[in-house]
Design a protein around this ligand. Sequence first.
Ligand SMILES: NC(=O)C1=CN([C@@H]2O[C@H](COP(=O)(O)OP(=O)(O)OC[C@H]3O[C@@H](n4cnc5c(N)ncnc54)[C@H](O)[C@@H]3O)[C@@H](O)[C@H]2O)C=CC1
Ligand SMILES: O=C(O)[C@H]1O[C@H](OP(=O)(O)OP(=O)(O)OC[C@H]2O[C@@H](n3ccc(=O)[nH]c3=O)[C@H](O)[C@@H]2O)[C@H](O)[C@@H](O)[C@@H]1O
Length: 480
Amino acid sequence: MVKICCIGAGYVGGPTMAVIALKCPSIEVAVVDISVSRISAWNSDQLPIYEPGLDEVVKECRGKNLFFSTDIEKHVSEAHIIFVSVNTPTKTRGLGAGKAADLTYWESAARMIADVSKSNKIVVEKSTVPVKTAEAIEKILTHNSKGIKYQILSNPEFLAEGTAIQDLFKPDRVLIGGRETPEGQKAIQALKDVYAHWVPEDRIITTNLWSAELSKLAANAFLAQRISSVNAMSALCEATGADVSQVSHAVGKDSRIGPKFLNASVGFGGSCFQKDILNLVYICECNGLPEVANYWKQVIKVNDYQKNRFVNRIVSSMFNTVSGKKIAILGFAFKKDTGDTRETPAIDVCKGLLGDNARLSIYDPQVTEDQIQRDLSMNKFDWDHPIHLQPMSPTAVKQVSVAWDAYEATKDAHCLCILTEWDEFKTLDYQRIFDNMRKPAFVFDGRNVVNVDNLREKGFIVYSIGKPLDPWLKDMPAVA
Ligand SMILES: NC(=O)C1=CN([C@@H]2O[C@H](COP(=O)(O)OP(=O)(O)OC[C@H]3O[C@@H](n4cnc5c(N)ncnc54)[C@H](O)[C@@H]3O)[C@@H](O)[C@H]2O)C=CC1
Ligand SMILES: O=C(O)[C@H]1O[C@H](OP(=O)(O)OP(=O)(O)OC[C@H]2O[C@@H](n3ccc(=O)[nH]c3=O)[C@H](O)[C@@H]2O)[C@H](O)[C@@H](O)[C@@H]1O
């Protein structure tokens, strides 16, 4: 029986391995992690991550050919194929701080593989890593090899949170990079055989190692660039009276551009776009390509601009101060259908409002109070380290309270801000909300989910990203 072990039971390792186990009953899959609490949760009824469809897949396979364990050494030593799906956060200190990927967790995983292995292994990079990481990993493994042979493959993951199971069931493509030697090609074939259980052959692309590593960074950079492009347009729409949804629709109709990923927003979030672009920027700089580095840096600058612009809109519309005012925040996760808050634009918006002394009442259907308090008190990039290395009990931010529903959050509030596009925010009883809010009552929609005309009829003053401005806002400065 082929045995697979995945090091790292996070948002990628957990769902990816669960789907491999489901689709390949003849393969035994073990997912291991240093975090005891995470593994316990994977073995319980309350999985550590919220992802539509994941519960069913895990329930189907757990205990049969899918196992979650902290016994890393046992499973690594027994496996034929080892996926490494550990954190690769942005470095916070030393060379490349603020940009380069921190490969501490990757390196320790590689050293552990070298320590415990007793047979030949295929080691698969699942984490997103800088180009040429495979070379470094190869060196660690071969210098400690005791005669054991390792083949390194790059098999980056393209799933998006909230749709992970569907993305894994029907991937646009599976990318496998390996050495162009006979042994490298044999390893590629072994991994291809795993995916071939459910992925059509023409969707499995094979390349050399460096192309695979770079393609992952490139794909995320292109996706984020689309959002920054449409967000840059949203500012121009507000200045000119154009409507960004109409512009996106018209632009996206061009089959060369396509309609997806053109929704203007308060900014993109998530654990990867910013981290991976910073990483790309660093690699360009290291390779003597400052113009290329600056080009990609701009994608992040526009994203920061968009978040600042949103905060400034709120403050300037509300008589230039939100000090002491109750502001309802609807949605804290970085997108709908996930409880993940890593790099969510809500953190920057909330911190911006807290900086002006606002009182925040936050509601998100999937994010806990503890998580919100952590996020608002943690330092930049601390969030992307294994849980046990994150600050234990951050001091609660006093001006922040967490509400059980949107109605409680908005009661007596001066304004409400929509920061995540949860479906339930489309169908709230906005009349009831209006009646219970302070007047004038403002809505700042950072996700374009509300019907602007409808809300204006009810008496709200409404700002929606990239939409023609409410007369109230027209003469107010909104420059970041
Ligand atoms: N979250 C996402 O949607 C996607 C993430 N990625 C990439 O996948 C990688 C993992 O991301 P996530 O799953 O989101 O991270 P995560 O933080 O959810 O999971 C990583 C896990 O690795 C564990 N870990 C760290 N060092 C370890 C070690 N030496 N031994 C055993 N376990 C160890 C941590 O305890 C943690 O549970 C990153 O490189 C990320 O860029 C790629 C595609 C999508
Ligand atoms: O490497 C990764 O981690 C993953 O990053 C993204 O996936 P994810 O971050 O989970 O979610 P997305 O759907 O890409 O959304 C990212 C952010 O962009 C925002 N967004 C997305 C689309 C859009 O049109 N407008 C917009 O503002 C979302 O609200 C969210 O904050 C990519 O879509 C995945 O392919 C990739 O594997």
